[in-house]
Structures are given as structure tokens and as C-alpha cells.
Design a protein around this ligand. Structure first.
Ligand code: ADP
Length: 484
């Protein structure tokens, strides 16, 4: 991972301008490039216009001036094309290495220099380290640590300004350590800061201008533009690194949570079976108040067991490890069994529960995991019972349509706003805020139902009218010949 500082240490305000007397001579030969942001385009954003049409009797020197201008323009178009290419690559890749390589190569070619390198600031060591260079950052380069004090790169990072040195060897800011380690000779150098928002994260340097005239204003502009691209690429890579790390952390937390659920549910099940066993025994062998109390213990223990089952089921769904024990059984019988289990609850609220099976003369067999489908229906009917007021109606419709079973659990309850249709299938999601809700539950039922439906390659959705009721539709595929 790339290392940064949150921003380079603050430069004392006047350090860049006030050079010690001994440095004056060298500094006169070099010059600090503070750009006036001269652009390649005119203010209107078009390329500068050419001189008026060339007449046949044009003077020879005018012709050569024009030729020079055309060459200049061609050069600039070439430069712009290269920048566009770098931008395109920047937009289409997140792999930093190849992109930085293209940037340093472009910088070398466009500025007509021998070398280009990118150094990044390490906030821990407060030094600069090579991240990329023309021809790749060699092992020798990677070992070099460039100090902030007494190096041209350090000066650029600290002052957050470009610096152009025509005679590097005689500049007191020149750090010879890199040349020593890489067997290279730096003569002239141009460095620009790499900025991410307000912070300087490193420096891009082009070294040894090939032509006699030395670095130009254009060179500064080119390196600044490429430096800006490099900074964005480095920042993107850093964000990507952070994202991947966060993802790895989350996966690890999820794994730990999963392990906890598995261990906790396993450890809870054994004592819970003992409690359930004794409570049932007591219930059968005592009468009066004691029996009622045994009943309360039994019900609470059963709720705890259901909760543990929910957690285990959810874990299986999350890890795509739902074990399926398939068999062929009658969907009609399954529905009737679940309805029977809820008869007391339905009666307690004086609700009317009806069923319809179509076609009526078939068993409506299905090849599936019976226990899982039981769980699906039990959850839907339990919700219908829970969210429907006293005297309300619940209807279960099972229909064979082509090669699919359509099961609808319809109630005349409180209903669900359309905005919540999808969210109710999320884990721990409840339409009513948990703290003010009057219904029991943890918001896990429907997420488990959805998981169980989907492992059978089925679909589930809801349609509802608030205040009038809800209609949960579940569709399971079935083999053509099993329905009988
Ligand atoms: P729980 O019932 O334990 O809260 P579920 O996952 O089964 O969790 O349901 C999530 C939420 O969806 C419920 O809290 C409720 O707000 C809403 N819901 C589910 N079924 C119905 C229904 N038949 N009528 C109205 N709201 C429902």
C-alpha cells in the first residue's frame, strides 16, 4: 500500500523566498518557476489563430516564422493528444503501476528529458521514496530515502510549488544520494508537487533536459498537468486500497459473527432441550397454578428455540450453505398442517382462516425440502395472524399454474406501505420502529423466508394496501409429473 502524510509539514512562511547569502549565486542561475498559468489555448478556448492568408510574395523570414508557429502548434497538438490519452487511461484503469509508467514516459518524451520519476512522501518516516521512474523504479532507487530537508523534491513538497534547477550540482538543495545509489548524473531538474485536494503527497521530477535551451515554460506546464494526473491515479489507488481493506475487515467481522452464532446456538440448544423436557414433564404432571406456570416456561423456552433456529437458518442463507433434504410431499397437506398449528392463535384473535386448493382433485405434490417449506408458510401465516386485528380474515390460496405452484397468503391486516415492499425482506427490518412497536419479533422471519424460497429457485413478493391488508405471493417451480 502506498504511504502518505496527511499533508507535508508546514513550510515556514518566507523560507522559499529568503535564501541564505551563500546560495544566491547558484540560485541566480536557476530560477524558481512560479507559473502564471499560461495556457496552451486562447481565452476563448480555441487554438491560437494563424496569421492571415499567406500571399505568394511573402518575405522569407515571415515564412520561416510561420513555419515555426506551425511546428509549435503541431508540437502542442501532440502534447494535447498525449494528455488526452493519459486521461483516457486514467479513467479506464485502476491499476496504478502501468498508469504511472505511462505518465513518467510521457513526461520524459514531452519534455525531452533523460529521466522522470515520481516520489511519494511517507508521513511516518518524513522522507520521500521512489514510486515510479522511467524504465521502472530499480531496486537501488527503491532503497533510497530522500530527506525533506536538503533535497529538491523535499523543497517542492514543502513549498507546494514547482522548482526548476538548471545546474543541479551547484544548488545547495540538491541531494546527491540518489545519483550515488543509481550511478546517474543529474544536471538539470524540474520538480512539480503532486497534489490531492489541498495536500501534497509527493513530487514528479523530470531530469536532464536534452536540448541546449534548457527547460521552458511549456515543460513546467506539461509536468504540472501530468503530475495532476499522477496524483489522481495515486489517490484512486489509495481509495481502492482502503475500500478493499474495509471489505476484508467486514468479511472478517462477518466470519467472527458467524462463528459466534454457530457456537452460541450449539451451546444454547443443549440446556434449552433440558428446560423444554422438564417443562413439558411438569405441565403434564401438575395441575392448577403450577400447570399455568409450567406452560409459561414451556412457551418461553419454545420462543427461545425458534430464535436460535432463526439465527442458524440465517447463517446458512448468508453463507449459501442451506442444506436441502428433498422429498416429494403434498403441498396441500403441508398447508393444512401449518394451519392446524396456528389454529389456537387464529382463534384467540377470533380471525377467520380459509384455504383454497386448485385444482381441487390433486395432492399438489412438490419435490422440495418439507421442513423449509413448512418454515416459509409458518412465518407467513404467523405474520398474517400477528398483523391482522381481531375478527380479521386470512386466506391461503394454492394453485398449480403450468409448471409452477402459486401460494398466496392474504390478510385483512394493517398493510405495508409500497416503499417498504422490498425492505421487509431485509434482515432485522421492521416497518414499525423497534422501540415503539407493539408487535413481537426481530425482523428476521421474512429474510429467512426469502432465503428458503430462493434456494428452491422460487420467488416471493408482496402487494399491499395500508389499512386494508397484504397479499404475499410465493412461486415454486415444480416438475410436470409430480403434482398428482
Ligand atoms: P417480524 O415479524 O419478526 O418483525 P418479519 O421479517 O417477519 O419480522 O417481517 C418484517 C416486517 O414486515 C414486520 O415487522 C412488519 O413490519 C412487516 N410485515 C410482515 N408481514 C406483514 C403482514 N402480513 N402485514 C403487515 N406487515 C407485515
Amino acid at each position: 500500500m502506498l504511504k502518505y502524510l496527511d499533508g507535508p509539514p508546514e513550510e515556514p512562511e518566507s523560507e522559499g523566498e529568503t535564501r541564505p547569502a551563500t546560495q544566491t549565486e547558484a540560485a541566480e542561475d536557476n530560477w524558481l518557476a512560479e507559473l502564471d498559468n499560461q495556457t496552451l489555448l486562447t481565452e476563448e478556448g480555441t487554438l491560437p489563430e494563424l496569421e492571415p492568408a499567406i500571399s505568394p510574395d511573402i518575405e522569407e523570414n515571415q515564412a520561416s516564422t510561420l513555419k515555426q508557429k506551425i511546428t509549435g502548434l503541431e508540437h502542442r497538438i501532440g502534447y494535447l493528444e498525449r494528455i488526452v490519452k493519459v486521461s483516457q487511461i486514467l479513467n479506464s484503469t485502476l491499476s496504478l503501476g502501468p498508469l504511472l509508467q505511462i505518465i513518467v514516459q510521457s513526461a520524459t518524451e514531452l519534455t525531452d528529458t533523460e529521466e522522470c520519476s515520481i516520489m511519494l512522501f511517507d508521513k511516518n518516516t518524513q522522507e520521500l521514496h521512489f514510486a515510479e521512474a522511467t524504465g521502472g523504479a530499480t531496486e537501488a532507487m527503491k532503497k533510497v530515502s530522500v530527506p525533506l530537508d536538503g533535497s529538491i523534491g523535499g523543497w517542492v513538497v514543502r513549498s507546494n510549488r514547482p522548482l526548476l534547477i538548471r545546474d543541479a550540482k551547484n544548488d545547495p538543495r540538491f541531494y546527491p544520494g540518489v545519483d550515488d545509489a543509481t550511478d546517474f548524473e543529474t544536471r538539470s531538474i524540474l520538480g512539480v508537487p503532486l497534489r490531492v485536494r489541498d495536500k501534497v503527497i509527493g513530487v514528479l521530477e523530470v531530469v536532464n533536459k536534452r536540448s541546449e535551451e534548457g527547460f521552458s515554460q511549456d515543460d513546467i506546464q506539461i509536468t504540472e498537468t501530468l503530475g495532476a494526473h499522477a496524483a489522481i491515479a495515486i489517490e484512486n489507488a489509495r481509495l481502492m486500497d482502503e475500500l478493499q481493506q474495509a471489505y476484508r475487515d467486514l468479511s472478517e467481522i462477518d466470519r467472527i459473527k458467524g462463528d459466534f452464532v454457530s457456537i452460541a446456538s450449539h451451546e444454547l440448544r443443549t440446556p434449552l432441550s433440558v428446560i423444554l423436557g422438564y417443562a413439558s414433564f411438569l405441565k403434564e404432571n401438575v395441575t392448577g397454578q403450577a400447570s399455568e406456570q409450567a406452560d409459561i416456561v414451556l412457551n418461553s423456552a419454545m420462543r427461545l428455540r425458534a430464535l436460535i433456529d432463526d439465527m442458524v437458518n440465517l447463517r446458512h442463507i448468508q453463507t449459501d450453505e442451506v442444506p436441502l433434504e428433498r422429498s416429494i410431499f403434498s403441498l396441500r397437506q403441508l398447508v393444512l398442517d401449518v394451519v392446524k398449528e396456528f389454529a389456537d392463535f387464529v382463534q384467540a384473535k377470533e380471525q377467520i382462516l380459509t384455504t383454497r386448493f386448485a385444482p381441487d382433485d390433486l395432492l399438489l405434490n412438490i419435490d422440495a425440502d418439507r421442513q423449509k417449506l413448512y418454515l416459509v408458510l409458518a412465518n407467513l401465516i404467523s405474520n398474517a395472524n400477528k398483523f391482522t386485528g381481531p375478527g380479521g380474515r386470512i386466506h391461503i390460496n394454492v394453485e398449480l399454474k403450468k409448471h409452477e405452484y402459486w401460494i398466496n397468503v392474504i390478510d385483512t391486516g394493517v398493510g405495508i406501505p409500497e416503499t417498504e415492499y422490498n425492505r421487509i425482506f431485509d434482515q432485522f427490518y421492521q416497518v414499525e420502529p423497534a422501540l415503539t412497536r407493539k408487535y413481537e419479533g426481530m425482523g428476521l422471519g421474512l429474510s429467512i423466508v426469502k432465503g428458503m424460497v430462493e434456494v428452491h429457485k422460487g420467488r416471493i413478493w408482496v402487494e399491499s394496501v395500508v389499512g386494508k391488508g397484504s397479499n404475499f405471493s410465493v412461486v415454486f417451480p415444480t416438475a410436470p409429473d409430480v403434482a398428482n
